[in-house]
Design a protein around this ligand. Structure first.
Ligand code: AMP
Length: 445
């Protein structure tokens, strides 16, 4: 199969040739003809599967071949994404695909001045990539009109719900023309996503290119158990032992990111960090430098690192496990992309056993444990398996209590109050259902 047999026009084929894309990926093979035929789409596709081209190529073709010329402040196709970085990344991909087409494309997101964005929108944009909050700001200030909108794409829809954008999505949804094409992409199909799809999509074609909720099998994954306080030391040990060259590291909190970066920099290691508290320009600079291999270790929170496409990233380290199990799939999706292989190592302490168990249940696998000599934890991490069980060993006879020592550990508690940091403010572990939903809310157990 080729891109030409999928029905793509010559200007797009030329762009793909320049980019060196030879064969459509499975999600592209399914999505491109369906989108060209005007169908709504509900696609479960992991990052790294080529999903961006899967929706962007046919969308650009429809914009180039059909419909009226865009008028002032109007937009003909809208791609909603959860983060600023993803907005930049998706727009960059769109820009490359549209190289040979007479279309105007643009990206808007928060954290930067709104005025240049308003100026740019004055003459209208064929395809706009946007984060929900900034899009609504622009709409409310009459810088944007949706009367010409023909297609809406929700990219990483599950993440938008995780980040608490359900209210914004509902408001945007209300402002859009009822007659339109809608494409929903999500790494995972949770119940909330299915509910959202039920509201927004019309007789959608379902595309599922990888088994539900299974992590990329091109990524070799394992766990090293360790006491929480020894994680930084273990990280440096593993880094030196493995001679790691370029690593993306995930920490749970902004303070966690800053503390690890400071520690690494103090040891003369070339590290930088990105999180939601840093200005957009600083985040982008750190990311660009990491992509150019000018930064060796990039430490990030989930909110900052979502959907980033970094070519040939060999290794992802979960310094902390994610609070939302689905994020594990997204995190490790940063490596092993587009057919290459990668590794994902998780440093897991006893406090995180329930998070580990949730990840194993979601990904239907028991992660291999490969402990480091001299780093075996004093606080043992109970065994887990993909059935969701935390396997408790038979209790040993109680030793008489010594003074101090912290007493009983609460293994289910994921925010360590000993850590002087709050979780990322915009991250809400519990998903909210959009306000336009009716009927009772189904909560996960
Ligand atoms: P995505 O899942 O959209 O983030 O894409 C992951 C990576 O695969 C990006 O770097 C794309 O440029 C690349 N890619 C997408 N489709 C193809 C293709 N058909 N052939 C080769 N590379 C591709």
């Amino acid at each position: 199969m080729t891109f030409a047999t999928l029905g793509l026009i010559e200007p797009l084929l030329r762009s793909l040739e320049t980019l060196g894309y030879q064969t459509p990926t499975p999600v592209q093979a399914q999505a491109i003809p369906a989108v060209l035929a005007g169908r709504d789409l509900m696609a479960a596709a992991q990052t790294g599967t080529g999903k961006t081209a899967g929706f962007a190529l046919p969308l650009l073709q429809l914009l180039a071949m059909e419909g009226p010329k865009v008028t002032a402040n109007s937009v003909r196709a809208l791609i909603l994404v959860p983060t600023r970085e993803l907005a930049e990344q998706v727009h960059e991909a769109v820009r490359q695909y549209a190289e040979n087409l007479p279309l105007r494309t643009y990206a808007v997101y928060g954290g930067v001045s709104i005025n240049p964005q308003m100026m740019k929108l004055r003459s209208g944009v064929d395809l706009l990539v946007a984060t929900p909050g900034r899009l609504l700001d622009l709409f409310r200030q009459n810088a944007l009109k949706f009367n010409q909108l023909q297609t809406l794409v929700l990219d990483e829809a599950d993440r938008m719900l995780d980040l608490g954008f359900s209210e914004e999505l509902a408001n945007i949804y209300r402002a859009l023309p009822k007659k339109r094409q809608t494409l929903l992409f999500s790494a995972t199909f949770s119940d909330d996503i299915r509910l959202l799809a039920g509201q927004m999509l019309n007789d959608p074609l379902t595309v599922e290119v990888s088994p539900r909720n299974v992590a990329a099998n091109t990524v070799k994954q394992w766990v090293v158990t360790v006491d929480k306080k020894r994680k930084p030391e273990l990280f440096v040990h593993l880094m030196r032992k493995g001679k790691w060259k370029q690593v993306l590291v995930f920490a749970k909190t902004r303070n966690g990111v800053d503390a690890l970066v400071e520690k690494l920099q103090g040891l003369g290691i070339n590290a930088d960090g990105i999180h939601g508290d840093k200005p957009q320009a600083t985040r982008q600079r750190a990311l660009d430098r990491f992509k150019l291999s000018e930064v060796q270790i990039l430490v990030a929170t989930d909110v900052a690192a979502r959907g980033l496409d970094i070519e040939d990233l060999p290794l992802v380290v979960n310094f902390d496990l994610p609070i939302v199990a689905e994020d594990y799939i997204h995190r490790i999706g940063r490596t092993g992309r587009a057919g290459s292989t990668g590794e994902a190592i998780s440093l897991v302490c006893a406090d995180e056993v329930n998070l580990l168990s949730a990840i194993e249940t979601l990904t239907r696998q028991t992660l291999k444990r490969q402990n480091e000599p001299d780093f075996e934890p004093e606080h043992r991490v109970p065994d887990t398996d993909a059935s969701g069980q935390v396997i408790k060993k038979p209790k040993k006879p109680k030793k008489p209590k010594t003074s101090g020592g912290g007493g009983k550990r609460n293994l289910g508690k994921w925010v360590d109050t000993g850590e002087a940091s709050a979780p990322e403010p915009s991250v809400k572990p519990v998903r909210k259902v959009p306000v336009f939903n009716t009927g009772p809310r189904k909560r996960k157990p």
